[in-house]
Design a protein around this ligand. Sequence first.
Ligand code: FAD
Ligand code: MG
Length: 580
Amino acid sequence: MRPFAYFERLSQAFHDYPSLSKILVVSTISGGGLIVYSEANPSYSNNGVETKTRKRKVVLLGTGWAGASFLKTLNNSSYEVQVISPRNYFAFTPLLPSVTCGTVEARSVVEPIRNIARKQNVEMSFLEAECFKIDPGSKKVYCRSKQGVNSKGKKEFDVDYDYLVIATGAQSNTFNIPGVEENCHFLKEVEDAQRIRSTVIDSFEKASLPGLNEQERKRMLHFVVVGGGPTGVEFASELHDFVNEDLVKLYPKAKNLVQITLLEAADHILTMFDKRITEFAEEKFTRDGIDVKLGSMVVKVNDKEISAKTKAGEVSTIPYGMIVWSTGIGTRPVIKDFMKQIGQGNRRALATDEWLRVEGCDNIYALGDCATINQRKVMEDIAAIFKKADKENSGTLTMKEFHEVMSDICDRYPQVELYLKSKGMHGITDLLKQAQAENGSNKSVELDIEELKSALCQVDSQVKLLPATGQVAAQQGTYLAKCFDRMEVCEKNPEGPIRIRGEGRHRFRPFRYRHLGQFAPLGGEQTAAQLPGDWVSIGHSSQWLWYSVYASKQVSWRTRVLVVSDWMRRFIFGRDSSRI
Ligand code: FAD
Ligand code: MG
């Protein structure tokens, strides 16, 4: 069944028969709780008189993966949405490494946010500004524009909200290593990619000037990539292709001077991928002449040299021409400040519940890279689960009683299914049988709370943080917009979903991530693909899969056409090395 089909039908029934909506209580296990509906029709007040409600104001911070997919999906005209972001476009980040070398042009991977939101029947307005403070007490966000906003040139203003959706993403993490901020390039935004492109070409031009000795030329053409994650690896392979397919033809003397080095602190690159992909990538890089230094932790950077420490503690210093820093993400200052205000100061990202509601706040939601879901544990709720399932209050559960609540448990606690899968079990019955066998119990018909506890005691080990990817952010944006769409349809007072944790009451299914697979382009028209079910494919065929997936994932037909024509242009004419 589609996740919200049930709610759709329910709200349709309310619409057709208003009296139906008087009292309806649907109870189900959910963190030991209930899904509660009452007075569900928004257009009727208690005495049956139709009331007109003012539009509810949603403030959305950010126009990245999470924000754009929220905007694209939201489809309820009873909201007015105020989008605030320092950039007035959405950027397709998976193609940023291609922008660094001109395989794809910068304008081909961006779409104006007003274009994305224009198609909706929702009233939407945009402010190009950065939010620097969130005040949950007065329900205001404080913003700063780069442009003067009034005749006095005042750049700061505040905006009220009924609902706040925080999707501000994250920033590059320097781990406070000295010299990184000042001397390294990051690869996070479109401007970063453009800067890298010009710096690469500058390096070749500088190294071609007269009056330099070979050592200096070599230093200028030494490109260092820090971080062996997907972004660092993809950039290193793009750069390798750019140098070997295009630049060496134009700068023949530079051929023997160019060097690409990849520094990775762990024992392998691409550690989040299958071992076969990691091995293939490391071997390919070695064949290509990319110097992969594993177990190298950068300790210091100055304007000409980078120092790295090996696991044995030896520090080596190498001269460089350009460094691209890609070691992971950190928290934005506005989020840090907000987390301090709400007592989450010691975390890396905003903690939300499974409905993406920020813990400890009313009507504030957070999604994408700036947030993490705090998945509720089964063992925290085990007594409540037992009580709900034991309908006759007999102190034991029959298999029938247990099966009746099972799908709710699996909905509420995705770790149960993951655990069954990891153990090769086909259903919860297998788990119960195993627990009973371990306890030496042979009563297969009924189980008490201790037996339920021992059956489920391991499942919470499967709780995992979701990765900080566009895929997660986009799915969360879509999910939240669908919740918002429903919220107005079924309720008189469409405040955010009920927050009370202990009671575990909720109106919508919790967010559930569906992993669709991931790619690691390795250069030379070869890509590694890891698809669901641990299906691994490496080589030219996956490169074609990569082309088709990335073309289909574009947010508009305009960018799709631009990206595909950029790829064709590159096939025919190569990459452009003009420094403009
Ligand atoms: P973002 O997309 O970063 O968007 C944040 C938004 O908030 C931006 O619009 C920003 O301008 C705005 N903002 C920032 N500060 C403020 C503020 N103070 N007030 C208001 N607005 C603010 N993921 C994948 O799934 N697959 C990939 O292949 C992939 N490749 C990647 C390649 C690169 C080079 C990079 C950098 C990332 C890649 N990712 C990939 C990760 C993916 O881009 C992120 O996980 C994703 O962008 C997170 O989405 P988000 O909406 O949370 O944040
Ligand atoms: Mg019973």
